[in-house]
Design a protein around this ligand. Structure first.
Ligand SMILES: C[S@@+](CC[C@H](N)C(=O)[O-])C[C@H]1O[C@@H](n2cnc3c(N)ncnc32)[C@H](O)[C@@H]1O
Length: 234
């Protein structure tokens, strides 16, 4: 960011309980999945679960309310990685998945803009554990809960953004929040439903930026913009 004061602040940004996973194990032996995988010339394990494409597997949509939305994760990641803050290398990005995996994303990674290519990359990541498979990784994955991640990165303060939180005026709120360094921000990477109790327990404060539910990519853009402005005037 041009004209900005020299500051060593780091923002940890976590997309939590994200709807990004390979086809759930309960569908692995489903004949429809076997046929689909054969048609796609892929192993069932390497297919990323997308509820709108793989709706033929789901009998009871209730249990899948929060799952199978890699498109939402894709758009949110592009929105985060494209911010000036991320381009300066002062944002550290993690995707926590609903199955307690943590994906660490190098802020310099050039994620595919195309959805099909993004899903292909994620499939490679779930299979090999890191991308590229050798050398220093741009994307890496490990088994870890959100609580364990917070314990590892040790932020001074953790803010969870949720429509169920206390409504705040974002710019004013962020001008105070940036006093904590490092600060961690959590936004849900899922389409419907609530955060788990474990996620709520990771936060020092739970806040809402409006009285309506917004898409995750809108929330991440607004929150990072507010952080950038607050850092400039700090
Ligand atoms: C599509 S929403 C998921 C909806 C969910 N019912 C919820 O609790 O907000 C994706 C994420 O965006 C964030 N979000 C959505 N609306 C918000 C609001 N009004 N204030 C703060 N965060 C919000 C939350 O982190 C949420 O998990």
């Amino acid at each position: 960011m041009r004209g900005e004061k020299m500051d060593k602040s780091t923002l940890y940004f976590i997309l939590a309980e994200s709807a990004l996973e390979p086809i759930p194990t309960e569908f692995k032996n489903h004949p429809k999945l076997q046929r689909y995988a054969k048609k796609q010339k892929k192993s069932p394990e390497s297919i990323i679960f997308d509820k709108s494409i793989h709706s033929f597997l789901i009998n009871d949509p209730k249990g899948y309310e929060k799952r199978g939305r890699p498109d939402l994760v894709h758009i949110s990641l592009l929105s985060i990685l494209g911010t000036p803050l991320c381009k300066t290398g002062r944002l550290k990005l993690f995707v926590h998945t609903a199955n307690d995996l943590i994906i660490q994303i190098d802020p310099n990674v050039r994620l595919p803009r195309n959805y099909t290519r993004f899903v292909g990359l994620m499939s490679q990541l779930f299979e090999t554990g890191q991308v590229p498979p050798k050398g220093s990784s741009l994307l890496s994955i490990r088994e870890m809960t959100l609580k364990e991640l917070i314990e590892e990165i040790k932020p001074k303060y953790t803010i969870l953004f949720s429509e169920t939180g206390k409504e705040i005026e974002l710019m004013k709120f962020m001008s105070r929040a940036v006093e904590y360094n490092p600060l961690a921000i959590i936004v849900g990477g899922f389409p419907h439903g609530k955060f788990s109790k474990e996620t709520y327990q990771c936060a020092n404060e739970i806040v809402a930026i409006s009285d309506t539910t917004l898409d995750a990519h809108i929330v991440v853009s607004r929150v990072i913009y507010a952080y950038e402005i607050a850092m400039k005037t700090k």
